[in-house]
Write a protein that binds this ligand. Sequence first.
Ligand SMILES: NC(=O)c1ccc[n+]([C@@H]2O[C@H](COP(=O)([O-])OP(=O)(O)OC[C@H]3O[C@@H](n4cnc5c(N)ncnc54)[C@H](O)[C@@H]3O)[C@@H](O)[C@H]2O)c1
Length: 341
Amino acid sequence: MKVGLIGCGGMGTTHNLSLKALSSTMNVEVTALADCRPEFLKKAAEQWPDAKLYETGMELLKHEKLDSVHICLPSYLHTEHAVAAMNKGIQVFVEKPVCLTEEEAEKLLEAKARNQVQVMVGQVVRSFSEYRYLKESYDTGRYGELKSITMQRISGDAAWGYEDWFHQEEESGSVVLDLHVHDLDFLRYMLGEPDSFDVRATAFASGMVNQIFTTYEFGKVFAVTEGIWDTSSALPFEASFHACFEEASIVFKGRNEKPLAVYKNDGTVEYPELVREYDVQDDSAGINISNLGPYYTEIKYFIQCLQEGREIDLAPLEEGIKSVRQGLAEWKRAKEYIGRK
Ligand SMILES: NC(=O)c1ccc[n+]([C@@H]2O[C@H](COP(=O)([O-])OP(=O)(O)OC[C@H]3O[C@@H](n4cnc5c(N)ncnc54)[C@H](O)[C@@H]3O)[C@@H](O)[C@H]2O)c1
């Protein structure tokens, strides 16, 4: 299978390393790479010395015949490239947030319907083993009914982006669409659409939302989330959740030595054995991601779906778009809240 990779920065490096690892057991090869920064392109090409190299993603799409393409560009460039790929009949893996506006969402849905291609969105939390354990516990009723859940996603300021795109709200969608979208997407995945939600937020001195607190009601389940880009880039990244079921609480703290624990009503504590098909730490992407495992898992799933002719149902385009729409509604409320203060 011939694969293209567009964008070889932080996330592109994570995809590149995962694709390289997968190529040892699957029929997959990166045959074309694009990045407008020569040093990043050169580094990515070390994994694939025979790949064709391009300065821009659009040039790559114009000249290459590919089975699939991974779009790891700044978020404001996703739609243009995904639509161009679809128009050439190329299957698409695009990073989250899949797009930033309702107009872009419409363009993506129209291009997918017209070209009959598969599109997967990098809502990677759906592939984290700890979050899968949580969803499985919810689905099976292993610990009784879920009563409430709190989720946090805390990050230092995103200082690594190309031309500082994270700090331009129309390019990143602020912390809401860039970071918090992971937790809201997972809540939607597990619990469906919220019946109601309420938002509080704070902003950087520039006015861009950098912290969002959202409370949701999903039927009887109450959920609270916090997503923050701290004002300091030094703050270490941590994702966590605390899910209170009738018979136990499942607690995940990403930086703990044993990140996932189950505190049972009888006073015992269990540390579930999780399946990790690829447990490799690699900091070479230079961003807040070091465990390649969940990325390997989601990309493997995408390739398997394409090779076996299966429909993508883990995080298809339509799901990525529903999460963006919920994020847009929360972002609007966040701005209104900040404006009232
Ligand atoms: N799933 C996750 O956990 C996760 C984590 C971080 C980032 N992301 C997402 O991944 C995407 C990329 O983020 P990042 O952190 O890698 O950003 P980045 O700035 O590190 O990388 C983007 C790369 O695209 C290149 N580029 C820009 N315009 C280009 C063009 N027209 N053609 C070719 N190359 C071009 C830049 O040179 C840069 O190397 C974003 O959508 C972001 O939200 C997802």
